[in-house]
Design a protein around this ligand. Structure first.
Ligand code: HEM
Length: 331
C-alpha cells in the first residue's frame, strides 16, 4: 500500500469522514454509522442524543462527568464499558473511580435503545455517543463517532491503575503512549479539564506542602493560591470541589480557556500546571492557547481515545443491562 493511501486511510479512520472499518492494534473494527439498519429504521445516535439533550437541560455538568468516565473506562482494560459494571470489587469501586459520575445517564440511554431493539447497541458505544453529544452541548465540536464496540465481561478494581494528579509530564506521555496516543493527543485530551471539578484533597499538597517543602507550589499564581487556601483550608474534613478551568466565564464550556489559564499559572492539578511548563508540551499548550484549532483537534483526539483496545466482532458481548454481564438464560 502506498504511503499516501495508508495515510489517507488512517486519517479517514481517525476523522471518521467516511463509513468504513478501522482496525486498531487490537484487531477491533470500528465503523462510522455501524448501527445504520441494525435497529429497524431507527437512528440510534439520534435516540441517545435525545436522552443527552434532556439530561443536559437539567444538569449541564454532564459533559465533565462523561468525559472523565470515558477516560477511566478506556485506560483500564480498553474501551469496553467495564467501568459500568456493578459489584463488590469491580472497577467502579477503586478509589480513583469513586468520584466518577454519570452512570444513570448511560442507564437511561440504554433503557430506551433496549426497548426499541434489544441486544443490539453496546454500552461502550453508548458512552462514546453520549460523551460526544454532551461535549457538543457544552460548546465543543460535534465530532463524528465510530461504533461497533462490544462490552467486556471483566471488571476488577485491582486492574485500575490510572495516572495520579502528581504524575510528571514525561510519565504521563509514557502512559498515553502505551495506549497508542502520542503527546499531542495527550495535550488535547487533558484539555477536557476545561470543564468539571477537582476536589481539594487532590491538590491540597500544592497549597501547603508541595513535595514536602512545607511551602506551596511556587509555580502557582498567588491570587489563585489565596483563593484555593480559603476554599480548601488545611486539615478541613470537607473535600470541596473546585472548577478545573478557573475562568468563571468558561468553566462549563468545552473550549481552549484551560490552556490560557495554565499559561497564567492557574492550573489546579499538578499535571495541569506542568503541562504548560514542561518543555515536552509547553509549545503545544501555547499554540492551542493562542487559537490553534482546539475544537477539531480535541474531537480527533477523542475519536482516537475511543478506539483504544476495543472489543469487536465476536469478542465480548452486548450487555442487556450496562451494570451487569449477561448471564446464561435458564431453560
Ligand atoms: C494524566 C492524565 C490525567 C490525570 C492525572 C487526571 C486527573 C484528574 C483528577 C485528579 C480529577 C479530579 C477528580 C475529583 O476530584 O473527583 C480529574 C477530573 C476530571 N478529568 Fe482528568 N485526569 C487526566 C486526564 C484526563 C483525560 C484524558 C480526560 C478526558 C478525556 C479527563 C477528564 C476529566 C474531567 C472532565 C474531570 C472533571 C470530572 C467532574 O467534574 O466530575 N481527565 N482528572
Amino acid at each position: 500500500m502506498s504511503r499516501t493511501l495508508a495515510t489517507t486511510l488512517a486519517l479517514t479512520c481517525i476523522f471518521g469522514t467516511l463509513a468504513g472499518p478501522c482496525s486498531g492494534a487490537t484487531g477491533g473494527a470500528l465503523q462510522v454509522g455501524f448501527y445504520r439498519g441494525k435497529c429497524h429504521s431507527v437512528d440510534v445516535e439520534a435516540i441517545v442524543g435525545g436522552v443527552i439533550r434532556a439530561w443536559f437541560s437539567r444538569d449541564s455538568t454532564i459533559a465533565a462527568a462523561l468525559l472523565r468516565m470515558q477516560f477511566h473506562d478506556c485506560f483500564v482494560n480498553g474501551w469496553d464499558a467495564s467501568i459500568l459494571l456493578d459489584g463488590k470489587s469491580t472497577e467502579k469501586t477503586a478509589v480513583p473511580n469513586l468520584s466518577v459520575r454519570g452512570y444513570e445517564i448511560i442507564d437511561a440511554a440504554k433503557a430506551i435503545v433496549e426497548t426499541i431493539c434489544p441486544g443490539v447497541v453496546s454500552c461502550a458505544d453508548i458512552i462514546v455517543m453520549a460523551t460526544r453529544d454532551a461535549v457538543a452541548l457544552s460548546g465543543g465540536v460535534r465530532y463524528i463517532v465510530q461504533s461497533g464496540r462490544r462490552d467486556g465481561t471483566v471488571s476488577l478494581a485491582e486492574n485500575v491503575n490510572l495516572p495520579a494528579p502528581s504524575i510528571s509530564v514525561s510519565d504521563s506521555i509514557k502512559a498515553f503512549s502505551k495506549k497508542g496516543l502520542d503527546s499531542t493527543d495527550m495535550v488535547y485530551l487533558l484539555g477536557s479539564h476545561t470543564v468539571g471539578v477537582a476536589h481539594c484533597s487532590l491538590f491540597q499538597d500544592r497549597l501547603y506542602n508541595f513535595q514536602n517543602t512545607g511551602k506551596p507550589d511556587p509555580t502557582m499564581d498567588s491570587t489563585l493560591l489565596n483563593t484555593l487556601k480559603t476554599r480548601c483550608p488545611q486539615n478541613s474534613t470537607a473535600d470541596k470541589p473546585v472548577n478545573l478551568d478557573q475562568n468563571p466565564l468558561s468553566s462549563m464550556t468545552v473550549d481552549n480557556s484551560y490552556y490560557r489559564q495554565i499559561i497564567l499559572h492557574r492550573g489546579i492539578l499538578q499535571i495541569d500546571q506542568e503541562l504548560a511548563l514542561d518543555p515536552l508540551t509547553n509549545l503545544t499548550v501555547a499554540a492551542i492557547a493562542k487559537g490553534l484549532d482546539f475544537s477539531t483537534r480535541f474531537g480527533q483526539a477523542m475519536v482516537k481515545l475511543g478506539a483504544v483496545e476495543v472489543l469487536a466482532g465476536a469478542q465480548g458481548e452486548i450487555r442487556r443491562s450496562c451494570r451487569a454481564i449477561n448471564t446464561p438464560l435458564k431453560n
